[in-house]
Ligand binder design. Sequence first.
Ligand code: SAM
Length: 280
Amino acid sequence: MTEEFPALYVVPTPLGNLADMTQRAIDVLRQVKWVAAEDTRHTAPLLKHFGCSARLLPAHEHNEEAAAQQVIARLNDGESVALVSDAGTPAVSDPGARLVARVREAGFRVVPLPGPCAVVTALSASGLAEPHFLFYGFLPARNKQREDALREVAELPYALVFYEAPHRILETVESLVSVFGPERTLVLARELTKLFETIHSCPLGEALPWLNADANRQRGEFVLLVSGAPAAGDDGEGERVLKLLLDEGLPVKQAARLAHAITGAGKNAMYELALALKES
Ligand code: SAM
């Protein structure tokens, strides 16, 4: 970090466990002159804990444009600035994106630091094996808008990741069941990195009884992850037909092509499965 080339550093902060602060985040916060923070009262103790003497600038969703101008003024004076939110990575369901855009437009370097982020933390322990995921963030607060929003993503074959506040957890899970049905897998990742961290996985249809069985399960902060929509033809029918064809002695390639044509199951998936069945 050199003041010859001042920059805006985007610095993730812990989700709940102070030990998750990276060494680089500490170094940057110790070296910058200014920290733009979502809530300066929240960030002041964090800076104190890590021995950082930077001055604080408020940068929340209601003053982001003005805050951006202040940050640019500091950068023009040759002073680097760090951007933090209350927890996790700034600009991920948090203020910061507009400020970053203005700083980039003004021609200054924006340096992102990797670090705590609830979506990635939850996903890594979810066990959902889809090759793709869609990070949705917060759903609308009202039932009708929430369910409309869910319908828009209901057919995607990607794992879906939502953020939710504790006071809405029950109604959001109700909406998930009503739009996605009872069979898809739900992973509830609660209080990540904290004392009562809980990661529970179940079919959507079992989620409300599980939450209602113990009021403590509804407390704290949540990431909700839902398995992707099953692909068309992925109802086991492809595998059943494929097995029949292989049992009849058809070669792998032909059996896979026919199973795909008959059931609509993915051609490559049928070929891979046929190879695996042959081997076993
Ligand atoms: N910028 C943050 C990030 O990088 O994840 C997200 C901030 S957003 C305002 C807050 C939401 O993140 C919470 O409502 C919850 O959905 C999720 N979250 C934050 N901390 C969490 C934790 N310790 N456990 C589970 N979810 C958490």
